[in-house]
Write a protein that binds this ligand. Structure first.
Ligand code: ATP
Length: 250
């Protein structure tokens, strides 16, 4: 494991049944950074997140996933989540018929782990209090009594992130948080991700919108047909026109 790696994939091969999807994927996310995982539709980004989070399928048939040096490849999603790895899935998973307040309340702290974001905001353990969550998301504060299903797409995304933040954790993996959002709304979700990062949360940001992701990422990986085809700083990727055109279409 490299000295900097916080979350590390080492030679991961993942399958859905007989379909071999991830091919020898190695990557690392360093503590405190925003790391982007980019690639076209179907490149294997969600499969990578599911492989890390212990969600099955896919089956990880070879290779290792390590978090803070521990091998978590074969652990359950519950254990991995309790270690402080949180996943905000693409479908956002909020309760549309409940209010914003009820949604946040229901993601109450059920675990007991030391938490960097919590510590930064002077909470020794667990996630944030409701009020701290609202302080991070003023738009949600204004809409506490509104039914979540009636929020805009951007507000629903913020609510999904707020719920993950309330639960705590050391690394947040976001699956396509900008999907379906208008450019000015993307900006406000971007701001929210930046704020969370500044408070000490490590971020793995999966996006098809490479331009937006490169704006806030420190480093990036590009996947194509389940293989890592680029690995470097976001700045290097911005300057690598050939890779951007070939694999990201931008
Ligand atoms: P997207 O932007 O569409 O989410 P992605 O990069 O996240 O793309 P994945 O969802 O990881 O891509 O999909 C990678 C490949 O795995 C695709 O070819 C997809 O069809 C296939 N795949 C995804 N989920 C399953 C599944 N449950 N069973 C079989 N094949 C699947």
């Amino acid at each position: 494991m490299s000295a900097d790696a916080f979350l590390e994939l080492d030679g991961v091969d993942a399958y859905y049944g007989q379909s071999h999807i991830l091919w020898d994927v190695s990557m690392e996310v360093r503590e405190g950074e925003i790391c982007a995982l980019l690639g076209r539709n179907g490149a294997g980004k969600t499969t990578t997140l599911r492989s890390i989070a212990g969600a099955r399928p896919p089956d990880v048939r070879s290779g290792t996933v390590r978090f803070k040096g521990d091998d978590i490849t074969d652990e359950s999603t519950e254990n991995i989540s309790a270690r402080g790895v949180s996943l905000v899935p693409e479908e956002r998973r909020i309760f549309p018929n409940l209010t914003v307040e009820e949604n946040i309340h229901l993601s109450g702290v059920s675990r007991n782990w030391s938490n960097r974001v919590g510590r930064a905001l002077s909470f020794a353990e667990g996630g944030l209090s409701n009020e701290e969550v609202y302080a991070q998301f003023p738009r949600l504060d204004d809409r506490r009594t509104q039914q979540a299903g009636t929020l805009s797409g951007g507000e629903q995304q913020m609510l999904a992130i707020a719920r993950a933040l309330k639960q705590g954790g050391d690394i947040m993996m976001l699956d396509e948080p900008y999907e379906g959002l208008a450019p000015q709304i993307i900006q406000s979700v971007e701001d929210a991700i930046r704020r969370i990062s500044e408070n000490g949360m490590t971020i793995l940001l999966v996006e098809q919108n490479a331009v937006a992701a490169m704006k806030i990422a420190d480093r990036a990986y590009v996947l194509d047909q389940g293989e890592v085809v680029f690995d470097g700083t976001a700045e290097a990727l911005r300057e690598d026109e050939a890779t951007r055109e070939k694999y990201l279409g931008v």
